[in-house]
Every structure is written in C-alpha cells, then in structure tokens.
Design a protein around this ligand. Structure first.
Ligand code: ZN
Length: 131
C-alpha cells in the first residue's frame, strides 16, 4: 500500500457520510466507535485470550527523571494480538478515525492540520508532558 493522504481520506469520508450528517449523529457515532475500540480489546483479553492485562503499581522512582524512569514503566498489556483480534481492532480503530474525520469535516478543520499541530506540540514539549 502506498502513502495515504489525509486530505483524500477526509474527502472520502465527506462523500460517504450522507445518512448521519448531523453533528449530533456524528458525535454519538464517534462515541460509539470509541466504546467498540475498548470492547474489542476487552474481548481479545476475556474471550479470545490471545492477550492479557498483567498490572501492578508502576515502579516509578521520584528521585529519577521521567526519561530515566521510562524504560521501566509498563503498558500492562501482554501481547501480541492474534490475527483475528488484530483485524477486528484495526477495523474498529478505522471506524473511530472515520468519525473523527467526519467531525473535522463538519467543523471545517483539516485532519492533516490536527495531526501536524499535535506533532509540533509533541516535538516542543517532549516526553515530559505526555502524562
Ligand atoms: Zn485473539
């Protein structure tokens, strides 16, 4: 697959989103999509069992910097996802992106600008403000 242009993606979303055009529909659809993302990760853990959550308190040393602590901080997610669960989660993440792009369309914000602005912010702030 070649490079995907966000502008093209956003335009495609705008052309496809005919039935649920109201901002209220898109807001509730977007929330539903996020819930389905969470649900598909939960199902991978509790129904498929390909991944598990192994969690305890983070071993964070306040004497050290966040940067020094970073390698010891856990995601608590023990993977990898099996092919099926990965496929399901990928599809749900895609739906989430679809409604995010739809919200961008309605509010006349370019998705590419959102990502660009966030990248710039991350580059400026660095690792310390990602909490
Ligand atoms: Zn699985």
């Amino acid at each position: 697959m070649g490079t995907i242009h966000l502008d093209d993606f956003q335009k495609q979303v705008s052309q496809l989103l005919i039935r649920h055009r109201s901002v209220l529909d898109v807001l509730s659809k977007s929330q539903e999509a996020n819930a389905r993302i969470n649900r598909s990760i939960t199902k991978a853990i509790t129904e498929c069992g390909c991944v598990e959550v192994v969690a305890k308190k983070q071993a964070y040393d306040p004497e050290k910097s966040l940067h020094e602590n970073q390698p010891h901080l856990e995601t608590h997610f023990h993977g990898p996802l099996c092919e099926h669960c990965k496929e399901v989660l990928t599809a749900e993440l895609g739906k989430g992106l679809f409604y995010l792009a739809a919200l961008c369309n309605i509010t006349e914000i370019k998705l590419a600008d959102v990502i660009k602005a966030e990248c710039d912010k991350l580059n400026t702030l660095g690792v310390f403000n990602l909490s």
